[in-house]
Design a protein around this ligand. Structure first.
Ligand code: ADP
Ligand code: MG
Length: 140
């Protein structure tokens, strides 16, 4: 069992910091390149969402908790932003509230595809918590 917690302001440049720390933290578990790529991707999607959607005005915090337990990796991404209504709808593919080129509405679909479990909890004006679980390949 091991744990890493990061708390930072929801600024674009901090996404790289979180992603890099995540990779460094997981390396001792000997993940495959695909596992690293996929876990990096799902974490980045949730972090970018917190950066892009949670704080339309003043930037608040993002907290990322990573817990490893044997081959189980759990990543919890939390913000204290505007939250969202109708989570089921937001999780669906191609649903976005920012319809510019960069936001295709595929973030939650990507998170769901490359994780073994995704949980989204959100309350309007309180914030959003996304929990992602991914199992690494067994080591004999
Ligand atoms: P995209 O980011 O391309 O819009 P996603 O699937 O990642 O697509 O997210 C879908 C929608 O869910 C977003 O457009 C936004 O309305 C909402 N959302 C996602 N994450 C958050 C968050 N942390 N805070 C508030 N709203 C969010
Ligand atoms: Mg997104």
């Amino acid at each position: 069992m091991n744990q890493l917690q990061m708390k930072t302001i929801a600024l674009v440049e901090n996404e790289l910091v979180i992603r890099t720390a995540l990779v460094a933290f997981l390396l001792p578990l000997n993940p495959t390149n695909d596992e690293i790529m996929e876990i990096k991707t799902i974490c980045a999607e949730a972090v970018v969402n917190a950066i892009v959607h949670a704080y339309p005005q003043e930037k608040g915090n993002i907290t990322v908790h990573i817990t490893t337990d044997n081959r189980r990796v759990e990543i919890v991404i939390q913000d204290e932003g505007i939250g969202m209504s109708d989570i089921e709808n937001k999780r669906a593919s191609f649903v976005t509230t920012k319809s510019d080129q960069e936001h295709s509405g595929m973030g939650f679909t990507i998170m769901e595809t490359f994780s073994d479990m995704m949980k989204v909890e959100s309350a309007l004006n309180e914030g959003t918590t996304v929990t992602l679980v991914r199992y690494l390949h067994d080591i004999q």
